[in-house]
Design a protein around this ligand. Structure first.
Ligand code: HEM
Length: 186
C-alpha cells in the first residue's frame, strides 16, 4: 500500500484522514444530541466541552487533509461516468470540505459570543473570536445547527453514491478509499 495517492487510488494517509473524520463526525452528532437532551448544568457543559474538542480536532484534520489533497493527485472518476455525475461529485466534495471548516468556526464563534471558553481537551484554551453578544450567539447557534443539518444530508447522499458505485456499477470508487485491492489489480 502507498502512503501517497496514485492516479487510480487513494493512499494510506488520505484513507486515514477520510475514515477518522467520518468517525469523528458521527461522534459529533451523538454528543450534540446527548447535550441537547440534558438540562443546563455541569453534565451538559461536560458533554459540550467534549463536542467542542472533537469539533476543533475535525477542523484541524480538515485543514491538514486539504493540504494533503493539494499535494497529491486526486484519482480520476471512472471513464464512463456521465458529466452531470462528475459535476455533482465535485460540487458535493467541495461542499463537504467547506462545511468541515465552516461548522467548527461557527461553533467556536458561537461559544465566544456566549462567553463560554473553548478548550481542546483541557490542554489548550483557544482565544475568543468575538466579544460576548447574546443576539450574535442566537444567530450563530441557528447557523451552526443549519450547517450541521446540511452536512448530515450531503454526507448521506455522498455515502449513498459510494454504495451505488460499489454494489450497482461494481466499479473501484469505494474500493480505492479502502485498504482493498482494486478490481483487475494484480
Ligand atoms: C464538524 C464539526 C461539528 C458538527 C458536525 C457539529 C454539530 C452540532 C449539532 C448537530 C448540534 C445541535 C444543533 C441543534 O440542533 O441545536 C451542535 C450544537 C453545538 N455545537 Fe457543534 N458541531 C461541530 C463542531 C463544533 C465546534 C468546533 C464547537 C465549538 C468550538 C461546537 C459547539 C457547539 C455548541 C456550544 C452547541 C450547543 C449550542 C446551544 O444549544 O447553545 N460545535 N453541534
Amino acid at each position: 500500500m502507498h502512503l501517497r495517492n496514485t492516479e487510480t487510488r487513494y493512499g494510506v494517509v488520505a484513507q486515514l484522514f477520510h475514515w477518522i473524520i467520518v468517525a469523528l463526525i458521527i461522534t459529533q452528532f451523538v454528543l450534540a444530541n446527548k447535550a441537547e437532551a440534558l438540562p443546563l448544568g455541569l453534565a451538559k457543559l461536560a458533554v459540550l466541552a467534549q463536542h467542542k474538542s472533537v469539533g476543533m480536532t475535525i477542523f484541524g484534520l480538515a485543514v491538514l487533509r486539504l493540504a494533503w489533497r493539494w499535494l497529491n493527485p486526486v484519482p480520476a472518476s471512472p471513464s464512463d461516468t456521465p458529466a452531470w455525475q462528475r459535476i455533482a461529485g465535485s460540487a458535493s466534495h467541495f461542499l463537504l470540505y467547506a462545511l468541515l471548516l465552516i461548522i467548527p468556526l461557527l461553533g467556536w464563534t458561537m461559544s465566544s459570543a456566549r462567553n463560554f471558553p473553548v478548550s481542546w481537551f483541557n490542554l489548550v484554551t483557544l482565544p475568543d473570536l468575538v466579544q460576548p453578544d447574546p443576539t450574535l450567539y442566537e444567530w450563530l447557534r441557528d447557523a451552526h445547527a443549519a450547517a450541521a443539518a446540511l452536512l448530515f444530508w450531503v454526507a448521506l447522499v455522498h455515502a449513498a453514491a459510494a454504495l451505488q458505485h460499489h454494489f450497482f456499477r461494481r466499479d473501484n470508487v469505494l474500493r480505492r478509499m479502502l485498504p482493498m485491492k482494486l478490481k483487475d489489480e494484480t
